[in-house]
Design a protein around this ligand. Structure first.
Ligand code: ZN
Ligand code: ZN
Length: 139
């Protein structure tokens, strides 16, 4: 099977591989992603669920209620704490990978910004990317 990308946590105890290209990718400026990643925004890669395989036994999951009112499960390495994946009950067929954990983050080109209503004031949005105040919406 061909591999699109591989990645993992900072200590290397959690590894993953993605067989297909992401369906889409973008930056999420919601407060949950800011707190979860400790960064100004999370760069998200949205994959079909079955194209992402996790290896290692160190992944733990934290579950909370998202903006949708439904569960969000955020996975991280129990040894080094790196958040690497999120899964949303609203979109059960997808797995969302945190792009900073890719072995080669340059393989992706984010297309949009979401939840810009809570973006940090110093972040300048690219005019080449679509922006949404809230969640992603198709035209
Ligand atoms: Zn780790
Ligand atoms: Zn978010």
């Amino acid at each position: 099977m061909s591999e699109f990308a591989t990645g993992g946590c900072l200590c290397g105890n959690v590894r993953y591989s993605c067989t297909d290209k992401p369906l889409m990718s973008g930056a999420c400026h919601c407060r949950d992603c800011q707190q979860n990643t400790g960064a100004a925004f999370a760069t998200l890669l949205i994959f079909k669920k079955d194209s992402v395989t996790i290896s290692g036994n160190e992944a733990k999951t934290f579950e909370h209620i998202g903006d949708s009112g439904k569960s969000v499960r955020r996975s991280f390495c129990s040894d080094c704490g790196s958040p690497f994946m999120a899964e949303y009950d609203v979109t059960p067929d997808f797995r969302v990978i945190m792009a900073g954990t890719l072995d080669d983050p340059a393989v992706i080109k984010p297309e949009w910004n979401i939840y810009t209503a809570s973006k940090q004031p110093w972040v300048e949005l690219s005019p080449h990317m679509k922006s949404f105040d809230g969640g992603f919406k198709r035209d």
